[in-house]
Design a protein around this ligand. Structure first.
Ligand SMILES: NC(=O)C1=CN([C@@H]2O[C@H](COP(=O)(O)OP(=O)(O)OC[C@H]3O[C@@H](n4cnc5c(N)ncnc54)[C@H](O)[C@@H]3O)[C@@H](O)[C@H]2O)C=CC1
Ligand SMILES: CC(C)CCC[C@@H](C)[C@H]1CC[C@H]2[C@@H]3[C@H](O)CC4=CC(=O)CC[C@]4(C)[C@H]3CC[C@]12C
Length: 369
């Protein structure tokens, strides 16, 4: 908890603070930001775990609200020194309509920016995504690239398109005058695929493996590298950026940073096995069980079924043409920009990140399928 020797003067707001990443950001702020006086947590759905935070030295204010509602956002932002905007609709499975994804991710971000400008909040950290860069629809590999690596970013899917638009809005807002005359200082963090305690897809894969008798079948060639980063390190980067943005506005304002740590470069499935393996699951096959063209047919069939069944029920399996292309295209990051600009070093080693994730998975009730 906060060191009481330092003045507790700052008010932070975390949008999406009850999500997978948001909860880690909230807990990290309470542990690592000694100047915190009040922490506001704004989310569509508030978690019961917030109650336990309310007994500490920092005032924790839970605000149930919707980022698409400008007045709700403005009320939550008023008086905050820093906003960390992680709220977003993460949907690559066709659960939500493109309009809803746009409303939450783009209009929601516009509302956050306007609220900062109107109420005089000077620092805004936005959780973007590797997806604003790629993989692109042409399946071009991005092999251990950095923030300056040229890459043809072309988006057709609503989620990456919305994240790219929102990121652009945030970066363009850097330097705008906020109420009181000071310039707004913004920056965007681009995590690759986040893993760790609370990761829903990992949970789903674990239960799927249990249903299949402890086995998962390889679908993606082991040679395709997929970038992953531990949630604790992504949260730590947010805390550090929020702090350093106040000291190094000229250097960091308007910048983008990939989120990275020491997690190994592996295929999506081999990486998941680092956690699923110790939980008793096995990945069958050294090569994909089905050829790519057959998987693509299945993915297209899934998309067709989703469309046909939509009036009756929501059919949203993991496999669709977009997720198949994502998993099947190399996209990895190798950069030290965050270290150079604001002294970032991962807080958790790879071994610790793995241990924490495995421990979390092992405490999951294996019967809760
Ligand atoms: N999960 C991942 O691998 C990655 C996630 N990201 C980004 O990180 C951020 C957080 O993602 P996750 O924690 O994975 O997702 P999540 O779905 O667990 O968390 C998002 C949170 O935003 C809240 N939210 C959604 N719509 C809202 C609305 N209209 N008003 C207020 N709150 C709303 C949700 O209730 C949820 O608590 C998102 O912006 C996402 O785009 C970026 C890269 C990778
Ligand atoms: C059955 C298939 C062959 C395997 C399906 C795997 C997919 C579900 C996942 C493969 C890549 C993932 C995405 C990637 O990590 C990047 C992401 C960034 C974000 O901002 C949000 C999450 C995600 C889109 C992530 C979603 C699951 C995958 C598509």
């Amino acid at each position: 908890m906060a060191d009481s020797a330092q003045a507790q003067e700052l008010v932070y707001l975390v949008t999406g603070g009850c999500g997978f990443l948001g909860e880690h950001v909230v807990r990290m702020l309470l542990q690592q930001e000694p100047r915190l006086r009040e922490l506001r947590i704004f989310d569509l759905h508030l978690g019961p775990w917030l109650e336990e935070l309310k007994t500490g030295p920092v005032q924790v204010t839970a605000i149930q609200g919707d980022v698409t509602q400008a007045h709700e956002v403005a009320a939550a932002v008023a008086g905050a020194h820093v906003v960390i905007h992680t709220a977003g609709l993460v949907d690559v499975f066709g659960r939500a309509s493109p309009e809803t994804i746009h409303a939450v991710n783009v209009q929601g971000t516009k509302n956050v920016i306007e609220a900062c400008v109107q109420t005089g909040t000077q620092f805004l950290v936005y959780t973007s995504s590797m997806e604003v860069v790629g993989p692109n629809i042409k399946g071009h590999p991005f092999y251990r690239g950095n923030e300056d690596t040229p890459y043809e970013a072309a988006h057709r899917h609503p989620y990456p398109r919305s994240k790219a638009l929102a990121e652009q809005l945030v970066l363009e807002a850097n330097g705008r005058k906020v109420r009181g005359g000071q310039p707004l200082v913004t920056c965007a963090l681009r995590p690759t695929g986040i893993y760790g305690e609370g990761h829903q897809i990992m949970r789903d894969l674990y239960h799927q493996g249990l249903r299949l008798g402890g086995r998962l079948f390889r679908a993606i060639p082991a040679s395709v590298e997929h970038g992953r980063v531990y949630v604790g390190n992504v949260a730590w980067m947010h805390v550090l950026v929020a702090r350093e943005l106040q000291e190094r506005a000229a250097l960091m304002g308007g910048q983008v940073y990939f989120c990275y740590d020491k997690s190994p470069y592996k295929s999506y499935e081999d990486f998941n096995m680092e956690f699923l393996g110790p939980c008793g699951l096995r990945l069958v096959g050294t090569r994909p069980l089905l050829p790519y063209w057959l998987l693509m047919i299945l993915a297209v069939l899934n998309a067709l079924l989703q469309w046909l069944l939509r009036p009756l029920l929501l059919y949203a399996p993991l496999l669709n043409p977009y997720t198949l292309a994502m998993a099947n295209t190399t996209f990895t990051v190798s950069t030290d920009k965050a270290q150079r600009h604001f002294g970032y070093e991962p807080l958790f080693s790879w071994e610790e990140s793995r241990t924490r994730t495995v421990r979390w998975m092992q405490t999951m009730d294996s019967s809760a399928q």
